[in-house]
Design a protein around this ligand. Sequence first.
Ligand code: ADP
Length: 218
Amino acid sequence: MKKQFAVIGLGRFGGSICKSLVSEGMDVLAIDQDEDKVNEFAPIVTEAVIADSTDEKALRSLGVRNFDHVIVAIGDNILASILTTLILEEMNVKHITVKAQNDYHEKVLSRLGADEIVHPERDIGIRIAHNVVSKNVLDYLELSEEYSIVELAAGHTINGETIVDLDLRARYGCNILAIKRGEDIHVSPRPTEIIKDGDVLIVIGADDDINRLENHWI
Ligand code: ADP
């Protein structure tokens, strides 16, 4: 059965989520208090409705309670985002994802019981900073406050070396989880695996170790 999503707030973030969900074939109810936004998304999503999400009655009458996943993508209006999350929690919505504007906002949202809290601007900022520091850093994923996963372009300088030769574990305390080679992905590569120019190494480690590795990666 198709999963049913509701997206509240059709700014850049919420709007882009709506479009991606629709392209994945999902049912999407899009909600915004701004009529122009709703008109913009009406031709794209399953249903688009003008409503103020801080109005509990309005949310109830839309049947938001029965949706599998509700995404609160209200940007600057932190109070509206908090109130909306509170109402959704009280309605026992199965899964709630909320966009947080800052750490205080996140704290309140997690107290309210949001299942998932995202910081798109902060996360993209961190990724771009890693990429600017080392051009070989293709992507960066924060796993926890201490650990991350990073995608590193192998580059020509280590072409022909093996994983043993690189010895990332001893030199940087990092481990190679997988090697991406074109469309293929080699999970848990053998130590004798030869690295080729164009390979992408997926590396896991503590943030400090990953930073050292990025700074020394040629
Ligand atoms: P972004 O930074 O992702 O572009 P914005 O803050 O620009 O986010 O957009 C948030 C959207 O949320 C706006 O279209 C706004 O009309 C909508 N919004 C804000 N408060 C409410 C609310 N209480 N109910 C419904 N929609 C809301």
